[in-house]
Design a protein around this ligand. Structure first.
Ligand code: FAD
Length: 376
């Protein structure tokens, strides 16, 4: 075995037996998060466009136009975006179109538009709002490809195959976005806290909420870093059990700007426009149209399968040195070390089928107070 770096600095000692070398250098002590309500700089709410049967990615013919629907990505839209775009573009290619319209400028619309440009298509985006004014901008920003993506009852083998293809394609793309200025995408350690075996989650959920398909552990094990259990004293948290694992983080402000800039640089155009009925797609000069309207597809198409699942996040003043995330089911806490602020998320039992996007500051203040207790 080659000597560890620095091991020869003082020369080997003859008398004492060498202590066994640690496999890894111990991590630096964690900087505690300054969790107090006065440091909350934003409270945001958006809804996950959940469909029990998974995202709708299929083509429909309409008055000489081909509409490729691509919506309903639940709590996994950012994570699956690049793979979802590949699925949609497979259907676009069948039309032979050289010009493409994309309706929607969120995570799904923008990544689909970019991938289409990279394969040589001329792309115009039409949207009521564009990033960062769309629901996608208010997501948590972590790799969560199976989050509320389908109900367990609907996860048939064909869906699982498509989901795995989308997740792996996206994962590969995210690794090409590392190391960029502003860190649009990064990897960070997350600490998973629990109150020990048999401990219950603080948020029991809504009885109307379906059992979600659990896909990640079963289908993506080879690309998911293993969690290591930490000994008491090896971490600063007040919890019975602590595990640590690395996870991708999307710094959504920097990442959205990068995607928009790339789209415009490749000759893309964005037109502000609201569609009131699907027939309006056929008034577009492009005869192939990707419908990436997210939750908006429910009202636009009269598609009752799109269910809003409310989610609220707060951001604390960015704190240099805090580069780790934290999840604590027993305290209803999820914390992400984003460059645009330390994001604190808490769930409510009434989130399912709840389209109310009015921020509830008291909910976020309570979550921040629970976070402070974790370091007490
Ligand atoms: C709290 C929360 C946390 C989340 N965290 C994560 C996470 O950590 N990781 C992850 O991968 N995913 C996460 N998600 C899920 C992710 O945010 C969504 O799946 C994703 O944003 C969906 O993107 P979209 O482009 O389909 O929809 P949207 O962002 O809603 O974009 C829809 C676009 O269509 C346009 N549009 C809609 N209707 C019309 C119309 N009638 N006419 C014209 N334009 C229209 C809108 O203006 C917009 O441009 C989270 C979601 C929530 C709510």
């Amino acid at each position: 075995m080659p000597p560890l770096l620095g091991a020869c600095a003082s020369g080997p000692r003859a008398a004492a037996a060498p202590a066994p070398a640690p496999r890894f250098a111990p991590p630096a002590p964690l900087v505690p998060i300054r969790a107090s309500a006065d440091r909350i700089i934003a409270v945001d709410v958006c809804t996950r466009p959940f469909r029990a049967q998974g995202p709708r990615i299929e083509a429909e013919r309409m008055d000489g136009h081909t509409i490729v629907h691509c919506y309903g990505h639940g709590g996994a839209g950012w994570s699956l975006s690049w793979g979802s775009a590949e699925e949609a573009l497979r259907l676009v290619r069948e039309t032979g179109a050289r010009e493409l319209a994309v309706v929607g400028c969120g995570a799904i619309g923008l990544t689909t538009a970019l991938l289409a440009q990279r394969s040589g298509l001329q792309v115009r985006i039409y949207a009521r709002e564009r990033l960062p004014q769309v629901p996608s901008a208010f997501a948590t920003g972590v790799w969560s490809p199976a989050s509320r993506i389908a109900s367990a009852d609907h996860a048939a083998p064909a869906f699982e195959t498509q989901w795995e293809r989308m997740a792996r394609a996206s994962f590969r793309t995210f690794q090409t976005l590392l190391g960029l200025p502003g860190e649009p995408v990064g990897w960070h350690d997350f600490y998973w806290l629990s109150d020990g075996p048999g401990a219950r989650r603080a948020n029991a959920g809504d009885e109307r909420e379906p059992r979600y398909a659990m896909l990640e552990g079963r289908l993506l094990g080879d690309i998911t870093p293993a969690a290591e259990r930490l000994a008491p004293g090896a971490h600063p948290f007040r919890a019975v059990s602590v595990r640590r694992a690395a996870q991708p983080v999307f710094n959504l402000h920097a990442y959205s700007r990068l995607l928009l800039a790339d789209f415009l640089q490749l000759g893309g155009a964005i037109e502000t426009r609201t569609f009131h009925a699907p027939r309006e797609f056929t008034t577009l000069r492009e005869t192939t149209v990707v419908n990436a309207t997210g939750h908006g597809a429910g009202a636009l198409l009269g598609d009752a399968s799109v269910v809003p699942v409310r989610g609220q996040t707060a951001r604390l003043v960015p704190q240099p040195g805090v580069d780790y995330g934290l999840g604590y089911g027993g305290r209803n806490l999820f914390v992400v070390p984003r460059t645009d602020g330390i994001l604190v998320q808490a769930q409510q039992a009434s989130d399912y089928d709840n389209a109310d996007t009015t921020p509830d500051r008291a909910l976020s203040v309570a979550a921040v107070e629970r976070l402070a207790e974790v370091f007490a």
